[in-house]
Design a protein around this ligand. Structure first.
Ligand code: PAF
Length: 289
């Protein structure tokens, strides 16, 4: 099926009308474009589980702080169309900021607590922008399922919480992070890196994996596990924002972890390397290969 491009909410509603009237299931993959194979994985999963997949490509201004990289964020619509079509999408929704936030748009969605912790503390207001645009996209597309990468662990938690609190009738599907051979999590922002930077950035996944290995080797003290990760990160000039062990509510874990705490613990990293800000995460207990 050729990929159809629509740019306004009205066009999107029209394009989805016949699918809806035929009772077809719809999957949504919200993105900010510059699609890579991590997005490809979300789209393939949606295409396998739904009759029709919508990919949105919208660099959402409300989730960027004035000092963030909104203007520099990479964009390439032709490539996005190709990646989306190849992965099995039927519709690509690419609105401009005026179509999504017309004059007088005044509503923001805030998931209290969850949105201000960890990444939210480093980027105040970021998750309010994310929750707002995701709810707008869910309302516009009304999908049965929406697909989000686990790489943005806290974003996934915020979206799940919002959908639960507001009775949004969409299943939120988290999809495991896709990594380069070096272990670096795929991200549109990796395009900011030089080859050397890309090589050095592999230290992030190495640090998280070292923490997993230390736990598997019998270390259950949260601060000692953290130190294992910090020692690995010290091999490169990383400006650390945070390296934490979090529970399911994204609260930091401390002391000796019980097996139950460990089973749910998530290792989360944020920091800068070669001028680029990275986030990554893994479960403390590595899944069986
Ligand atoms: O993960 C992203 O690319 C964005 O935060 C999202 C979910 C598309 C909202 O703008």
């Amino acid at each position: 099926m050729p990929l159809e491009l629509v740019t306004t909410p009205a066009e999107l509603r029209d394009a989805l009308q016949s699918a809806r009237s035929q009772g077809q299931s719809v999957g949504l993959v919200p993105t900010m474009g510059y699609l890579h194979d991590g997005h490809g994985e979300l789209i393939r999963r949606s295409a396998a589980e739904n009759d029709l997949t919508v990919v949105s490509v919208f660099v959402n201004p409300t989730q960027f702080a004035p000092t963030d990289d909104l203007g520099a964020y990479p964009r390439d619509l032709d490539r996005d169309r190709e990646v989306a079509a190849q992965a099995g999408a039927a519709l690509l929704f690419h609105p401009d900021a005026g179509a999504m936030y017309p004059e007088g748009h005044a509503t923001r969605v805030q998931v209290s607590g969850l949105s201000t912790r960890v990444e939210g503390a480093s980027r105040p207001g970021h998750f309010d922008g994310v929750a707002t645009v995701v709810l707008m996209l869910l309302n516009l597309v009304q999908p049965q399922r929406a697909y989000f990468g686990e790489k943005d662990w806290q974003q996934l938690a915020v979206v799940r919480h919002m959908v639960r609190d507001l009775w949004v009738p969409t299943e939120i599907v988290g999809v495991p992070t896709v990594r380069a051979q070096s272990g670096l999590a795929l991200s549109s922002r990796n395009s900011y890196l030089t080859d050397e930077g890309r090589l050095h950035a592999a230290v992030i996944s190495q640090a998280l994996r070292a923490m997993q290995a230390a736990y598997q080797g019998g270390e259950a003290q949260a601060d000692k596990l953290r130190q294992v990760g910090l020692n690995v990160l010290a091999q490169q000039p990383v400006q650390l924002d945070y390296l934490l062990l979090l529970d399911r509510d994204l609260q930091p874990l401390e002391g000796s972890l019980s097996p139950e705490q460990a089973a749910e613990a998530r290792l989360v990293f944020a920091g800068r390397l070669h001028g680029v800000r990275f986030i990554d995460n893994m479960p403390l207990v590595a899944p069986l290969a």
